[in-house]
Ligand binder design. Sequence first.
Ligand SMILES: NC(=O)c1ccc[n+]([C@@H]2O[C@H](COP(=O)([O-])OP(=O)(O)OC[C@H]3O[C@@H](n4cnc5c(N)ncnc54)[C@H](O)[C@@H]3O)[C@@H](O)[C@H]2O)c1
Length: 381
Amino acid sequence: MTNLTTKIKLGVIGCGVVATRDILPNLVQPAIKKKGVKLVAVCDIIKSRARQTMRAFKAEEMYTDYMEMLAKSDVNAVAILTPINLHYPIAMASAKAGKHIYVQKTMTTTLKEANTLLATVKKEGVKLVASPGQMHNPSLKAVKTKLEENFIGRPLWGYIFANNNGHIKERTDPSWYYKPGGGPVYSFLVYSVTTFCWLLGSVKKVTALSGIVVPTRQWKNKRINCEMDDSTMILMDFGDSVFVSAISNFCTRDVMADSAIYGTKGVIQIPLEAIRSTQHDPMQVSLYALKRKIKSWIKNLKFKTNGWVEWSPPLFSAPYSLASPSGANIIADIIEFINCIVKDEEPTIATGEHARHVIEIFEKAYISAKTGRTQLLETTF
Ligand SMILES: NC(=O)c1ccc[n+]([C@@H]2O[C@H](COP(=O)([O-])OP(=O)(O)OC[C@H]3O[C@@H](n4cnc5c(N)ncnc54)[C@H](O)[C@@H]3O)[C@@H](O)[C@H]2O)c1
């Protein structure tokens, strides 16, 4: 039953790991519930999963076909949490059905798709919030302020490492991560590149190397053939001689990720904790602060004489508790989505234009790797 305070009647499409671990448990948080969100429908091509999710999160309806859900259900907003290569057709169908759209990263896999989707969203007058929106995170806002204050002087280069084991330990079948539209770039590097563009501006040119390191993977008893590159290096030229290198693969035992921006006077280290999450328990915040203090004390001893500075942002504990801390950055996106609908505003952080620019970087990087030629970018945000 929906009531008068229900402003968002949500349909969730895709009931896998992110839906059931990160998003749905957190939608019942009081801070989010009181904004007027009601889970009306869930949809998954696996019927048992749709049914289980409907029961666990007390949705009213379940579907196995998203087109049927869009046609029959009274939802006014959808959260698209399917494999990446399905984001585009589902988002297009949702926009045409007049539904507001929250789409997980990466929004689409090609610039052409992104352009068509943004034009359709505009034409249909619906809202679109495109994950990842971790730039809501106060740690990253602190980094942006430091850069604006010229703390490290003129930025000139940076690096990103975004590597993991390729979701091979997930509880759902990760085969799609190894098909076109999957891979470490669309699924993991996207966080850091989106963040770096927010901090440094649009990329002007890209050059890349890319390939397959492990041709077959094993998930439970299933053999997965790798059809998507599992190892990619991208050089990004932000213009004005600001260069960033990014390394992303599915070939490490666990998550190995880090990043930094160097300037003429020093460096800002941006650890993964600051990029992915806004929710840390107080113990984690204290340990991180202690580590940071010891590190900067040692560095300062070493560098004091030549004026070099090293800094990393503090972590912040979010003002609300989450059922799943790993979903903290996702919840920041969703709150932006909810606010946009409730206040009839356009997003300012997790925007479709920002997502489109990152998609163009990735698409052009793969073209560069194939052709051996540097590619120029056409979009900004
Ligand atoms: N796994 C992560 O750590 C992580 C983190 C953040 C975001 N994401 C993003 O979340 C999304 C989902 O990732 P996941 O890891 O939960 O994947 P998953 O494979 O666990 O879940 C995807 C679900 O979509 C369903 N599905 C497939 N085709 C469908 C269709 N046509 N209609 C309806 N449902 C369909 C699948 O049956 C599955 O249940 C992706 O966009 C991914 O990039 C993943």
